[in-house]
Design a protein around this ligand. Sequence first.
Ligand code: SF4
Ligand code: SF4
Length: 159
Amino acid sequence: MGYFKDIFDGGLSLIEGMVVTGRRLFQPLITVQYPRKKIPLSSAYRGHIELKIFEETGTHKCIVCMNCEKTCPSGVIRVQGEKQKEKGPKTLTSYVIDFSKCSLCGLCVEICPTSTLKYSREYELVGDTRDDCQFDLIARLEKQVEKKKDEKATQGIAA
Ligand code: SF4
Ligand code: SF4
């Protein structure tokens, strides 16, 4: 008896599934053919943190206060700086995060006194090893600066 009941339940489940599939056939698509097509990201999306570029300086405003490193609950931020002059302020020389352990809590962004940290819009990240999750934020910033320069040059040619 249990055997026939299983067959009946299986058939019923199949019909129910096909009804759902058939109904969806005549409704508008809610998926896209990624990666050929991409949907706009939500403004609330949080990618890994990165250094912000300021128009007035053309670079970040990190003062190497170490607040972000001390505040990070996951201990994934490593900031280093050095003094150019004996009594002068420190200059940022290295900013590395281990994104594999970042919880995206946002405390580093909130605590930064110069607002020089932001969330990236990056979501296409892949890696084979843990080392691939070590992000050098200065190197990433330099790439962005170069990209902005190229974009301005292209706009200048087009104008
Ligand atoms: S978002 Fe949170 S866990 Fe990630 S680096 Fe900032 S403070 Fe650390
Ligand atoms: S909190 Fe801001 S200014 Fe201070 S070290 Fe971090 S990024 Fe730099």
